[in-house]
Design a protein around this ligand. Structure first.
Ligand code: IMP
Ligand code: MG
Length: 195
């Protein structure tokens, strides 16, 4: 509960903390160790590695974890739209774009750092698309996983934490573009959705 009290203005809308700051730090450290281990040899062979993420939800997770991955790599962001403003269900219609251009994936080991795996619809489309580029490999690292909501199968190579089917905010995750700056992951009070 002390996590909520640290940010009382935003925290008053939070019903409960699901993943605390301390646990997020432990999870990102473990995932970073696993990723470092897996790509140590390819990096030593001089193969290109690209860390990528879908904006905006993954940015905080992304910036925390990449500073713990002890490898040489490039970073490049993608945009994909599937959620309407204020909506809590996936539309299934995914548009993918990339400011740096998709050439950055060519001849690279691509690692997707994703905030949350929900229906899997967005991620499966993004992964299908990346596989059409001339890549060496593709891996998925998901901070949170809601397996109960899965509609499309996706292979997760690095898994942070499995959570129940609850809509969560904070640490990059939003409700109607808000609450991304909460330093922990929490469940909103029901009256926030209903007001
Ligand atoms: P999917 O295509 O249903 O897997 O959509 C995944 C995306 O939906 C994530 O990258 C998030 O942006 C968003 N999302 C899914 N579940 C939640 C949640 O509980 N809170 C906030 N955003 C979520
Ligand atoms: Mg979102």
């Amino acid at each position: 509960m002390d996590d909520i009290l640290k940010m009382p203005n935003l925290g008053k809308d939070i019903l409960k903390v699901l993943v605390s700051e301390k646990e997020l730090d432990e999870i990102t450290s473990r995932l970073a160790r696993e990723i470092t281990e897996k790509f140590k040899a390819p990096a030593e062979r001089g193969e290109k590695i690209v860390m990528t993420a879908v904006l905006n939800g993954a940015v905080i997770f992304f910036s925390d974890i990449i500073r713990k991955i002890d490898l040489p790599f490039e970073i490049a962001f993608m945009t994909a739209s599937s959620y309407g403003k204020g909506a809590t269900v996936s539309s299934g219609n995914v548009k993918i774009d990339m400011p740096r251009g998709f050439d950055v994936f060519r001849n690279a080991h691509v690692v997707i750092l994703e905030d949350i795996l929900d229906s899997g619809n967005t991620l499966s489309k993004v992964m299908e698309f990346i596989k059409t580029k001339d890549i060496l490999s593709i891996s998925l690292c998901a901070l949170l996983d809601k397996p109960e909501r899965r509609k499309t199968h996706v292979d997760v190579d690095f898994s942070g934490k499995v959570i129940p089917d609850e809509f969560v905010v904070g640490y990059g995750l939003d409700y109607s573009e808000m609450y991304r700056n909460l330093p922990y992951i929490g469940v909103l009070k029901p009256e926030i959705y209903n007001s």
